[in-house]
Design a protein around this ligand. Structure first.
Ligand SMILES: [Fe+2]
Ligand SMILES: [Fe+2]
Length: 407
């Protein structure tokens, strides 16, 4: 998991309503540029307080029809799938002995050639522009908040790891998934550290802040909704890392391209697992599954890095998202494509025998991706993604306050 955006449905940083208006936060856009739930936007009080928690705020914005907890009988449905899970999902984890490790992609500090390898790395990254590092750092920071995501999954009724060493398949999957994910932030962090292109103190502070702030998936401890969320996010991160790989290659750093591509492949495998889990739930419990899917989409998928903060920029996630959107690393179009992909994968259009509420959800979901695209096109046509034709530059602390074009 890692993060992320679309064209900015906002005006400009100079605008008094920047991120402040309901309009700026509305629309079918991933968080940051693409709006999101108003309660999810940069809660300063959450960052600065040890008494208030994000969930207390976010619950207000959730669909009031949605249950705050997974009903007991739904936990039983999940329990009944243990054998299937053991045979179909656990097998998607890579055995540790066959898995790559960050060390495989980095200069070897125990070798005589270490200093030469570091020198080569630093020469390679010289061709990469600052804006690329803004996006890569944003991706890294989102990966590094893994403790939050592990907690998130372990808070979900029906799949939680009760003893933190449980032998139940759901628990073993979560630990295996976390262990695989742990390498992503580790590898990117070490590569960026050696590159000398980013201000590591600010990168580390942002990670510290983000883990303190947490994230709210809006899944409300419900495993069905949680699996919808992770299905979406794994695909989003797969796309994002694939695009940073593509750009690294374009700028001549083939090693970094290989790193991002390898991480992207992990995300794809995780996506396959979560999508399969949800497909199984659709098979055995279509009504609650489709209501869960629709509920998550109505609330819009919040991005795990949404609360990122470097100690200076109150709108850091939005600014990072703007650059990611402009570079084509993760866009509104990607968001719509993911919705369409999941609707297709879970055969939403073909589900029959649904309750009336579930049929309503089916209509909503089938129309969602085209609706997002239409809104995006309309917003672009109206020039709502920028404030005039003058490029807006922003100084990012992550890259020693050098300015990067937002839009
Ligand atoms: Fe992942
Ligand atoms: Fe990841």
């Amino acid at each position: 998991m890692a993060l992320m955006f679309g064209l900015p449905l906002i005006l400009s940083p100079q605008s008094a309503s920047f991120l402040g208006s309901v309009e700026a936060r509305g629309g079918w856009y991933p968080n940051g540029l693409m709006g999101g739930n108003s309660s999810q936007q940069f809660p300063r009080h959450i960052r600065n307080s040890t008494t208030r928690k994000p969930c207390c705020v976010s619950q207000k914005a959730a669909n009031p029809k949605a249950s705050p907890w997974l009903p007991y009988e739904k936990a039983e449905v999940i329990k009944s799938l243990e054998d299937w899970f053991e045979n179909n999902i656990i097998t998607l984890l890579k055995p540790v002995e066959q898995a790559w490790q960050p060390h495989d992609f980095l200069p070897n500090p125990a070798s005589d050639g270490f200093y030469e390898q570091v020198k080569e790395l630093r020469e390679r990254v010289q061709e990469l522009p600052d804006e690329y590092f803004v996006v890569l750092v944003g991706d890294l920071i989102t990966e590094e908040a893994l403790p939050t995501y592990a907690t998130m999954v372990n808070s979900a009724e029906g799949i939680r790891d009760i003893t933190t060493s449980s032998s139940e398949p759901w628990a073993r999957w979560t630990r295996g998934w976390t262990a695989e994910e742990n390498r992503h932030g580790d590898l990117l962090n070490k590569y960026l550290f050696l590159s000398g292109r980013v201000d590591m103190k600010y990168v580390e502070k942002t990670i510290h802040y983000l883990i303190r702030s947490g994230a709210d998936s809006m899944s409300k401890n419900d495993a069905y909704r949680g699996i919808v969320y992770t299905s979406f996010q794994e695909r989003a991160t797969h796309i994002s890392h694939a695009n940073t790989a593509r750009l690294a290659k374009q700028h001549g750093d083939t090693k970094l391209a290989q790193i991002c591509g390898t991480i992207s492949a992990d995300e794809k495998r995780h996506e396959v697992a979560y999508v399969m889990m949800m497909s199984k739930l659709f098979e055995v419990d279509p009504n609650y599954s489709i209501l869960s899917f629709a509920d998550m989409m109505r609330m819009r998928i919040s991005m795990p890095g949404q609360f990122m903060y470097d100690g200076h920029d109150e709108n850091l996630f939005t600014h990072f998202s703007a650059v990611a959107q402009r570079l084509g690393v993760y866009t509104t179009k990607d968001y719509a494509d993911i919705v369409e992909h999941l609707v297709d994968k879970w055969k939403i259009e073909k589900l029959t025998g649904l309750s009336s509420e579930a049929s309503e959800a089916q209509d909503f979901l089938c129309q969602l991706a085209p609706k997002i695209r239409k809104l995006d096109e309309r917003a672009q046509a109206r020039g709502r993604y920028r404030h005039g034709d003058v490029p807006v530059l922003f100084p990012f602390k992550w890259i020693f306050s050098r300015e990067v074009k937002l839009w």
